[in-house]
Design a protein around this ligand. Sequence first.
Ligand SMILES: NC(=O)c1ccc[n+]([C@@H]2O[C@H](COP(=O)([O-])OP(=O)(O)OC[C@H]3O[C@@H](n4cnc5c(N)ncnc54)[C@H](OP(=O)(O)O)[C@@H]3O)[C@@H](O)[C@H]2O)c1
Length: 403
Amino acid sequence: MIQTALLGFGTVGSGVAEVLSENRESIAHNAAEEIDLKYIFCRRDRPGSPFASKIIHDFETIENDPEIRIVTECMGGLEPAYEYTKRLLLAGKSVITANKELVATHGYELLQLAKENNLNYLLEGSVGGGIPIIRPITQCLAANELDEIFGILNGTTNYILTQMEENGTSFPDALKEAQRLGYAEADPTADVEGLDATRKICILADLCFGRHIDPNGVRTSGISNVSIEDVRYSEQMNCRSKLIARALRTGPSTVTAYVAPHLLSRSSMLSNVSGVMNGIIVRGNALGEAMFYGPGAGKFPTASAVVADMIDAVKHLKARKYLGWDAADPEHFTDSDDIVSRWFVRTASPLSEIGRAFGNIRFISYPDAPRDEYAFATAPMYAHAIKVMTRNLDIRSVYRIMD
Ligand SMILES: NC(=O)c1ccc[n+]([C@@H]2O[C@H](COP(=O)([O-])OP(=O)(O)OC[C@H]3O[C@@H](n4cnc5c(N)ncnc54)[C@H](OP(=O)(O)O)[C@@H]3O)[C@@H](O)[C@H]2O)c1
């Protein structure tokens, strides 16, 4: 029997405890060992919980217990999760995590530490919730030279955009509804401003392209400025408004990444990913294109990924699994403004000024569109070019179009 411990007993942690208990027999079969949960570390007691007797409030008990071989971190945030993870790896325990902020920020260092100590640091739950994506990239697609990975990586923003499109709900009302249903946190900043998606695309890019990308260097814009009007124009263009996180090769040894709202063509497989669901497309030179789709968050979907990592860690207690990437290199990362796109532009400037900047263009409209504005799509051009061309216009929206 393998003894394990949990750090954190919130949404994900409680799901992990329940899945370990509910599926005890099949998990034992799959791991070829029984997995026992000995401690749950968190701040509050949980009287009445079937796991109440396992709850402890001192981390050192887990750190110093030689029986504990695997610890699952579901606390979230950088500290104290970062310090505890280092201490656990130094104490000879493999660590499983769902913490994308920690992996995106310190993943390289923690994976190195795991390697030096012949331990596993596994992170399937950190991206895509229940969608298998880390293992497919690192194992099933290992024969490929991967060129690009992109997708809808945040369920909260996708739910809000879907509500805006399907029900005509405004952004603030759709956000309130997402909070009421538990899809958005009380402080929704990390989701709506795109930070959560940036952390996830950085982890995917680290794995696909083999080198750490600092999330702080990734151009990130969220959906808080996407309006009902933008969504209506999207429909007229046979597109859907989606928050896309994207990482791609820009040269033989360079890559870029960014997160931004897009007008996504309805012919794209991703455009059908609605509500809280996530979708991720991977492009490889042998594979072509594959899409991964499913619940990108939630108690049990995330626990499904986390417990699978626990099983894998049990199977690899002696022979460490290879998982990792190289340290960051500023030469490796290029500016996403160098990626060419067609652009959607919505402006309150008069026709004469639009014509001066863009020449002869075709405008898009819809019944009841605001009378004081014009919307149009540009030819493909760099972000630098669109910035120059729109600098004298009264701009309401500028978004990339993805065909
Ligand atoms: N929620 C999801 O659907 C989801 C999906 C994928 C990944 N994740 C990631 O999984 C992680 C956990 O998310 P969650 O939604 O489960 O969070 P959560 O519901 O807020 O739970 C966090 C847990 O960690 C404990 N904790 C936090 N700081 C602590 C500290 N300093 N000392 C002791 N315990 C502490 C809390 O204890 P108390 O309750 O006692 O205060 C709570 O039990 C995050 O990194 C998140 O990004 C979440």
